[in-house]
Design a protein around this ligand. Structure first.
Ligand code: APR
Length: 251
């Protein structure tokens, strides 16, 4: 309880807030994380065989099928109380920037319209050749996690359509990274929620906030390398800790 009171005091005094989320905030919506044992996506699928430009070049049907399965999983999921609490923070603290590593749309569906996506989105496919945005194909029933699906062809140039996510070895979208760095460098409080803090350059965001003098509040049921830069660690699931934090701060 003491940690919650400390976090609430910091958040109540903050003029500018940054929220930085990872797969853990969507875990309680039933969307698997990447590195949690058993449910972790990478446990069941080899990252290098699915999330790289080379993988898509070598086997576009496998990679496209896997992302369509992930999009289907997100489509049947609902934002949880953690996403709702982030949207509530934005209403209480008007200068809040929500930054996510997630490629789902659960923050937007909870009301965080301007979410900054550092790793792209499952809902923004584009052509490999002309880079034009492509329409999302109609869902074809419940794709299983390993079924090959041929990616659509670009209506403009006929090139292959790829998922709109950032793959290993690819640069992050410049504008998103710039917005995220500006928010981290200028905030009084940064909430880091549900991330292992292992994958750079995104993992630099909470560290940049701490170096810039912000108080970092971490929400994660397990310890991470970010524990040591956090002013407060709330060791609990986001769908419980975040509503508790909003209630302790603003009610
Ligand atoms: N509430 C809060 N945190 C949770 C919850 C929960 N209910 N359940 C799990 N977590 C935490 C885990 O303890 C872990 O620290 O969420 C974190 C998930 O870590 P990862 O699976 O590594 O996900 P993330 O940090 O988002 O990965 C970053 O790696 O593979 C790339 O592009 C991918 O964006 C992803 C990036």
């Amino acid at each position: 309880m003491e940690h919650l009171r400390e976090a609430a005091k910091l958040l109540a005094q903050a003029q500018r807030v940054a929220v930085f989320t990872g797969a853990g905030i969507s875990a309680e919506s039933g969307v698997p994380t990447f590195r949690d044992a058993l449910t972790g996506l990478w446990e069941r699928f080899d990252a290098q065989s699915l999330a790289t430009p080379q993988a898509f070049h070598e086997d576009p049907d496998l990679v496209w099928g896997w992302y369509e399965w992930r999009r289907h999983r997100v489509g049947i999921a609902r934002p949880n109380a953690g996403h709702d609490a982030v949207a509530a923070i934005e209403t209480h603290a008007p200068h809040t920037t929500v930054i996510t590593q997630n490629v789902d749309d659960l923050h937007e569906r909870a009301g965080s319209a301007g979410t900054v996506h550092l790793h792209g989105s499952l809902f923004a496919p584009r052509c490999v050749v002309c880079e034009k945005p492509a329409a999302l194909p109609e869902p074809t029933g419940e794709p299983d996690g390993g079924r090959r699906l041929p990616p659509p062809a670009c209506v403009s140039c006929g090139g292959l359509v790829r998922p709109g996510v950032v793959w290993f070895g690819e640069a992050l979208p410049e504008a998103a990274l710039e917005t995220a760095c500006r928010a981290a460098a200028g905030c009084d409080v940064l909430l880091t929620i549900g991330t292992s803090g292992l994958v750079y350059p995104a993992a630099e965001i909470p560290r940049l906030a701490a170096r810039s003098g912000a108080a970092v509040i971490q929400v994660n049921p397990r310890p991470t390398p970010l524990d040591r830069i956090a002013a407060v660690n709330l060791h609990g699931p986001a769908a419980r800790s975040l509503p508790d934090l909003v209630a302790a701060t603003w009610s």
